[in-house]
Design a protein. Structure first.
Length: 585
């Protein structure tokens, strides 16, 4: 090999070693490797930073904006309620995994899992079953679903972009389905059939009971909504996690406790008691609105969010009601709920005489904390975050934008890059997301990692290192035929994605895989699809993929739990990918 090829091999090995050590951020490590090859003149500046002008990272960034809008507006909230349902066992697992995998085929699986985790944990706690039985399969199902279409995961887009770099057409929306579809079906079958491999763990939050401050909040049932005309149980208000329906006021007739079979009517005033995060989430349930909605109208916009404020002993609010203080005009905020230690606040919020120590849950503009942080009105004012109630009204817009974008891309009317940028622009322009929220929705680490990794791939290819490694693969596996060659590439990709990121694994392996395929006479496009699917199939460790890491704490998992369920799943995936490449290539 040439000196440049040896230097590339050393830099590549060092990069992989540093990534495996998990001591430094992956984007910094990969970018450092690319810069090392640049300063040693192995690659030029154009090759080193070609990834930042490639459509892949820009498309991924735009899709993050779309996913952020879906999360903010509660687009998937009705789906989540239907997924969890009632009962436990294999049926409940199937109701969770199958739709989650289907949604992951078109939505980024990372925010999807983030949205579902709290609901799954709360549902499991209410039914007395360990959440660990559901969270790891949820992560795996989302990963499997992401291999079915081009939009499913950023890795698919990265490999598609690399194919363009090699002078080939990018992947079509459903081109990867012929490999990823069977992989997802086999994987889901294993997850549903291997319940004995699922661990029973308790999270740290369950092992250490924290004191929870309970807020009282009143909600009204909106006429014509899906909640009106349904019983408490049917409306999903019986077993809400962290919040309890204590009474229903119907035209002055108060029911307390509330029978589970009680049919709710439009205009009913429902009083809930619960922890602050769940009280905030109540504002997002379709069919319910705050009983104080008339007072929220002036301060409810997509830019508003929630705050906590504690009434001090010397506060002018102490001993007076919100109405007397004209709170909304004076403070530019609306009170949604009140926490009073040891007592449930039973009157309407505007008629409650405030006391020192009362904690107010407020809806206000982002500048509220800065304006009142040092005021005598409050001992403490802190931001809770969370979307304003009006955000849910934008869910239909987000759904329409997503469906149109996916449809145009599926029928090759508009490329995914242009479609995703147009979708992001519409959501920002309509104020469904502010510029700040759009920025926060984008995982910059992923974008930098994708862009930087292209330089490593370029060095592997132009120095001839890919060809040398390809020759070694062909020589080692020549006796096993095409099946052995494909199996080796797929297994190597899958193992590599456990110690580095999936995008980096795909970028590093793809040039090698294409060279191997060319030398063996295997369809290069099928081999590229195999690399894309294998690079996303991280099931062996909690650090191989973001969703695996996200469920680690809430599920109370141990490192070996991933190997116990992930090993048979990984073996099945390798065999399935290899078989489909041979049969369809």
């Amino acid at each position: 090999m040439s000196a440049d090829a040896w230097l590339t091999l050393v830099v590549l090995a060092a990069t992989l070693g540093l990534l495996a050590s998990n001591r430094w951020p992956p984007p910094a490590v990969v970018l450092a490797g690319t810069i090392a090859l640049l300063v040693t003149n192995v690659i030029d500046a154009g090759q080193a930073f070609s990834g930042f002008s490639n459509p892949a990272p820009i498309t991924v960034a735009a899709l993050y904006v779309l996913a952020g809008a879906a999360q903010k507006t509660g687009l998937l909230a009705p789906l989540t309620a239907r997924l969890l349902g009632s009962g436990t066992g294999r049926g409940s697992l199937a109701r969770l995994l199958l739709p989650s995998a289907g949604a992951s085929a078109f939505l980024n699986n990372t925010p999807l899992v983030a949205i579902l985790i709290p609901d799954v944990v709360g549902w499991a706690q209410r039914r007395g079953v360990p959440a660990s039985r559901y969270l790891l399969p949820l992560s795996y199902a989302a990963i499997l679903g992401g291999t079915v279409t081009l939009l499913g995961t950023s890795t698919n887009l990265v490999v598609s972009g690399l194919m363009q770099e090699h002078g080939q057409e990018p992947f079509g929306m459903f081109e990867i389905t012929r490999i990823g579809g069977p992989v997802a079906l086999v994987g889901l079958a294993i997850l549903l059939g291997a319940r004995s491999l699922l661990p029973e763990r308790r999270s740290a939050a369950e092992q250490v009971a924290d004191e929870v401050r309970e807020f009282t909040v009143d909600m009204e049932i909106v006429g014509g909504s899906s909640v009106a005309g349904r019983s408490v149980v049917e409306a999903g208000l019986r077993d809400l996690a962290g919040v309890y329906l204590v009474q229903v006021d119907r035209s002055g007739h108060v029911m307390a406790p509330v029978p589970p079979a009680e049919v709710l009517q439009a205009g009913d005033r429902l009083t809930f008691v619960g922890n602050v995060s769940q009280v905030v989430d109540l504002q997002r349930i379709r069919g319910l609105r705050s009983a104080e909605h008339e007072h929220l109208l002036d301060v409810d916009s997509p830019a508003h969010t929630f705050f906590e404020a504690v009434v001090g002993r010397s506060s002018p609010l102490s001993g007076r009601t919100l109405k007397e203080m004209d709170f909304r005009r004076r403070h530019g905020a609306a009170v949604v709920a009140i926490h009073r230690d040891g007592h449930r606040v039973g009157d309407k919020l505007g008629q409650i005489q405030l006391r020192p120590g009362d904690t107010l849950l407020l809806l206000a503009d982002p500048g509220f904390e800065k304006r009142w942080r040092h005021s005598h009105d409050f001992l403490l004012a802190s931001r809770l975050g969370g979307p304003a109630p009006s955000a849910t009204r934008r869910a239909p817009l987000v759904a329409i934008v997503a469906v149109v974008m996916i449809t145009l891309a599926a029928f090759d009317v508009l490329p995914i890059l242009e479609g995703s940028l147009l979708a992001a622009g519409i959501l920002i322009g309509s104020q469904t997301l502010s510029l700040g929220e759009a920025r926060d929705a984008i995982d910059l680490n992923v974008i930098v990692l994708i862009g930087a990794a292209f330089g490593l791939g370029a060095a592997v290819e132009i120095t001839g290192l890919a060809g040398k490694i390809a020759a070694g693969f062909v020589g080692a596996l020549d006796g096993f035929g095409d099946y052995g060659i494909v199996l080796g590439v797929v297994a190597a990709t899958l193992l590599l994605t456990e110690v580095v990121t999936n995008n980096a694994a795909a970028v590093v392996v793809l040039p090698i895989a294409l060279s191997v395929a060319a030398a063996a006479g295997i369809d290069q496009r099928s081999m590229a699809l195999a690399v894309a699917v294998a690079a996303s199939s991280s099931f062996l460790t909690p650090i191989g993929y973001q969703t695996n890491t996200m469920v680690y704490g809430p599920g109370g998992y141990r490192f070996g739990d991933y190997l116990r369920l992930g090993a048979p799943l990984s073996l099945a995936v390798v065999v399935t990918i290899t078989t489909m490449v041979i049969l369809t290539g």
